[in-house]
Write a protein that binds this ligand. Structure first.
Ligand code: ATP
Ligand code: MG
Length: 326
């Protein structure tokens, strides 16, 4: 078993909780007035944990919101999906973080963030956080946060506490161009990878994680990552589906579902939330990949970062009704 069973305690995710406001037209950025829709509950860690809870995994969130409507929208959603929010702090002064997003015609995205100058940036290790971490069974780490001086020490400490009680760690390297890595981040990444049981890279990130050029041989990259102690690697390949390497030298592929993409945000996080929950609930790699592909695909068919996250029943219905890409 790669991951600690759900019965050991909830999967937790630490990081930003945001209100997302999306431009309803395709185009370049926000240099002129543009129609918008939102607020949608968002933030990569929040999307992950909502999908994890929605599919039936025990789940808890650690983060901070402002004492405002954007914060309450997020708290209400997390609670609705059965996510334990006792480790979510309400900051009395700073507002909930926001992300304005607009899609370009080539599929890329422009963002305007108020992230680390919002409540999200003032997260601290409170007694409530300690209580949640001390009974957690698994930690999911967002690679985007390794450069964050406030959040990173919390993640590192949480990883140590959880591993010490027999829990496990998954890592999504997830480097985005808007959130540039500083020099220290590489060392932090190596440290976190040494604690990682399950790695969830996208295609190119696999090689970055292995410290190899992106045209390297995939199996060599996998070997290198297994050598540092990672035991399962699930590669996200967008419209090409996903592949898991390990345990016991197994390679399992699951094709993507054929859907019309409306809003690509959150696919990777829904994939991760579903995959981790499925594995912790005892499903096989194949079953977990199918649910994870379904969770990613279903989420991109709905506007809003987590609006398409599915329950187990919804994902079963989606799988039954949707063909695969060939
Ligand atoms: P993100 O773009 O959110 O950072 P990611 O790059 O980490 O995500 P993706 O590979 O884009 O992850 O998406 C995760 C999974 O979701 C894919 O492996 C696939 O199964 C599914 N998925 C994503 N986009 C699509 C799509 N357009 N059609 C079908 N399935 C999709
Ligand atoms: Mg993607």
């Amino acid at each position: 078993m790669t991951l600690a069973p759900d019965s050991l305690g909830p999967t937790i995710c630490v990081g930003e909780i945001l209100a997302e406001i999306v431009a309803t037209t395709v185009g370049d950025g926000f240099s002129a007035p543009t129609p918008l829709i939102g607020p949608f509950p968002s933030g990569a860690p929040a999307i992950f944990i909502v999908q994890c809870g929605r599919i039936g995994g025990a789940a808890a969130m650690i983060g901070a919101v402002g004492d405002d409507e954007f914060g309450r929208v997020n708290l209400a959603r997390l609670k609705r999906e059965g996510v334990d929010v006792s480790g979510v702090i309400t900051d009395p002064e700073l507002p909930t973080g926001t992300a304005f997003v607009r899609y370009r015609s080539d599929g890329s995205r422009d963002f305007v963030f108020n992230l680390w100058t919002s409540a999200a940036g003032r997260l601290v290790w409170t007694k409530a956080v300690d209580k949640v971490v001390s009974r957690a069974g698994h930690l999911h780490v967002m690679g985007t946060l390794l450069g964050n001086p406030v959040i990173w020490p919390m993640i590192e400490h949480a990883a140590q506490v959880i591993k010490a009680r027999g829990g496990t760690v998954s890592l999504d390297p997830n480097m985005r161009k808007e959130l540039q890595a500083d020099a220290e981040t590489g060392a932090r990444m190596s440290k976190m990878m040494a604690m990682t049981d399950l790695l969830l890279p996208s295609n190119g990130e696999l090689f970055v994680a292995a410290g190899m050029p992106t045209d390297s041989d995939e199996e060599q990259a996998i070997e290198r990552l297994f050598a540092i102690g990672i035991t399962e690697i699930a590669i996200k390949r967008g419209e090409q589906g996903s592949t898991t390497y390990g345990p016991a030298d197994t390679v399992t592929h699951a094709p993507a579902f054929a859907v019309k993409e409306i809003d690509p945000t959150g696919a990777g996080d829904c994939f991760g939330g579903a995959y981790v929950a499925a594995r912790r609930l005892g499903m096989t790699v194949k079953q977990a990949l199918i649910y994870a592909n379904a969770a990613g695909a279903r989420n991109v068919t709905v506007r809003g970062p987590m609006e398409g996250a599915g329950t187990r029943d919804e994902l079963d219905a989606f799988i039954a009704a949707t063909g695969c890409r060939v």
